[in-house]
Design a protein around this ligand. Structure first.
Ligand SMILES: CC(C)=CCC/C(C)=C/COP(=O)(O)OP(=O)(O)O
Length: 575
């Protein structure tokens, strides 16, 4: 959130220039040289989020095509085998286990039809009365795919209103009940109770060393953070390694998952190269030297929100908007004077190039970059879908800039907002609405007259809930850095003031509770929302998951932890 403007004077030369910490930039040599990294070309990146990457597109294409061909042949064969298994007359439990494994391994997107078929069957099927594992797995698979399923299915495991102690003997079942309980909605008390019960029992079993070897790591990770809240792509990366050492793993699935991971990673690399080329050509940060230069971080966001290969061009377009958002955030947080910011806001509200005349030079450049990029995205959608989305994109940006201005005025006037007001506004300044509105149209799936109307203020609850999670994680993750750069306004410091908390830890714990409750709200929307298409609903969940990954870092600094994920997801192939 806005680092602040109390220091701001009214002319550019006296700007308090803050050099925002950036990622060291020793890597990307391969991409810079125009050679596409392949799975046999290990890349060491130390930290490359800052650099822009000029590459030779033609050479890159040739390299990719060659690797693609080799992969595609073997991969397609592997997929066919798995498809065959899914289509065979499996019993429901075997099918559920296979689907679950495919999802963990990050390859379920190849089998959407088959999985859909099974979900339909599972809706009609009842697990045995005493089969906790099957009941919980069925519940989770159905619920996470927005299929109706009642939490009453767990009533059979209770006596006198409490979960039977004896069910904790089934450790796999217990773990599955724990994971299922994380999909609970508001008012589903049985799931809140299940969460407490299973958490206690799993902790006890873990402490007493009585967990079977094959699940003890999974239990540890689940207790750290349930799977429902974890970023898909990163989980797949970690799970493939774990699956590798599991007894009875399927070599077929393992090989397929590895090949698929590496294949998709190559695709990401080519997208990142495209995004970085665009960023360099735009030249925004060369002119605005105070602004963040982190194309890779922007791209990591979009991989988190849209991991599937089919969203390739969406990832690139969305990363562009996030990159521009970061620059505008820096103008508002660290560089612009309050008068300039106000001029900028008015010019954006007009959404007219003639409006830039009265702006200082650095703002003119930023304005035109935003204007042109937005128009290009709108033009692309008009060309491909025949839909004019420019009014929606304009409005989303105007909302964002107005919210930045509100923040700037609060801090310029020494006003301390209420936490609720800060959060409400902070969702907009986080870029959540802006990103989701762009994504909704760029995906172009399941659009109707009714849901298109929702792409303006007040934005859907699903958007604001995931935006709140993003804002809270952002504040948890960057509060320290921002305080160091003179920004004492984040939900953490505001909470401490408003709730008379003495220690920052109290505010952090409180924030974690808020995030937990917001997840319940999100889950509630998953059930209630049939007006929004499932892909955008999934994107909202993924945005919340990605925020956790990007902003949660303990002993590492924010930068080194993001660097680590970039390395794993974008550069390091699985051997
Ligand atoms: C996919 C999306 C929407 C990504 C946007 C990421 C984001 C919150 C950028 C602002 O970072 P920051 O930590 O500098 O923000 P602030 O200054 O607002 O705290």
């Amino acid at each position: 959130m806005a680092a602040m403007k109390c220091l701001i004077s009214t002319n550019i030369s006296s700007h308090s220039m803050h050099k925002i910490p950036s990622f060291s930039s020793t890597s990307c040599k391969l991409m810079c040289s125009g050679v596409a990294p392949t799975s046999t070309t290990p890349i060491r990146i130390n930290s490359s989020l800052q650099s822009t990457i000029p590459i030779s597109p033609k050479l890159k294409q040739q390299q990719l095509r060659k690797v693609d061909l080799e992969y595609t042949k073997t991969n397609e064969e592997l997929r066919e085998k798995t498809r065959g298994t899914l289509q065979k007359a499996l019993d429901p439990m075997a099918a559920m286990k296979l689907i679950d494994t495919l999802q963990w391994l990050g390859i379920s997107y190849h089998y959407e039809e088959e999985i859909d078929f099974w979900l339909g069957k599972l809706s009609q099927w009842d697990a045995d009365d005493d089969d906790l594992h099957a009941t919980a797995l069925r519940f989770r698979l159905l619920r996470q795919n927005a299929r109706p399923v009642s939490s009453d299915v767990f009533k059979k495991f209770r006596v006198n209103g409490k979960f039977r102690k004896s069910i904790s003997e089934d450790k796999e079942g217990l773990l599955n009940l724990y994971e299922a309980s994380c999909l609970g909605t508001n008012g589903e008390d049985i799931l809140s109770e299940a969460a407490k019960f299973t958490e206690n029992e799993l902790k006890l079993s873990s402490a007493n060393g009585i967990l079977p070897k094959h699940i003890s790591r999974r239990v540890g990770r689940a207790l750290e953070l349930p799977r429902h809240m974890r970023m898909e792509r990163l989980e797949s990366r970690l799970y493939i390694d774990e699956y590798n050492i599991q007894e009875n793993h399927s070599l077929l699935l393992l090989e397929q998952a590895k090949a698929d991971y590496n294949e998709v990673q190559l695709l990401y690399q080519s997208e990142l190269a495209e995004m970085s080329r665009w960023w360099k050509q735009l030249g925004l940060v060369e002119k605005l030297t105070f602004a963040r230069d982190r194309p890779m971080e922007c791209f990591l966001w979009t991989v988190g929100i849209f991991p599937e290969p089919k969203y390739s061009s969406l990832r690139v377009d969305l990363a562009k908007t996030v990159a521009i958002l970061l620059v505008i955030d820096d103008i508002f947080d660290t560089y612009g004077t309050i008068n300039e910011l106000s001029l900028f806001k008015s010019a954006i509200q007009r959404w007219d190039l003639n409006a830039i005349e009265q702006l200082p030079q650095y703002m003119k450049i930023c304005y035109m970059a935003l204007y042109n990029t937005t128009n290009e995205i709108a033009y692309k959608v008009l060309r491909e879908q025949g839909r004019n989305i420019l009014p929606f994109l304009e409005k989303a940006w105007i909302d964002a800039i107005e919210a930045f201005m509100i923040e700037a005025e609060w801090f310029n006037n020494g006003h301390t907002p209420r936490v609720e007001d800060y959060l409400e506004n902070g969702v907009t300044t986080s870029g959540a609405y802006m990103a989701l509105v762009h994504a909704f149209f760029l995906m172009g799936e399941g659009l109707t007259i009714e849901n298109v109307k929702l792409m303006a203020k007040p934005y859907p609850k699903l958007f604001s809930n995931s935006g709140r999670i993003l804002r809270l994680w952002d504040d948890l993750g960057t509060a320290k850095e921002e305080q160091e750069k003179g920004d004492n306004a984040s939900s953490i410091s505001l909470l401490m003031k408003e709730k008379n908390m003495v220690h920052e830890d109290e505010a952090r714990a409180y924030t974690m509770k808020l995030i937990h409750n917001l997840w319940k709200d999100l889950n509630t929307e998953l059930l209630g929302s049939n007006i929004l298409p499932l892909p955008i609903i999934r994107a909202c969940f993924n945005m919340s998951r990605t925020s956790q990954v990007i902003y949660q870092h303990q002993e590492d600094s924010y930068f080194s932890s993001v660097d680590k994920f970039v390395d794993l997801i974008l550069f390091k192939p699985i051997a």
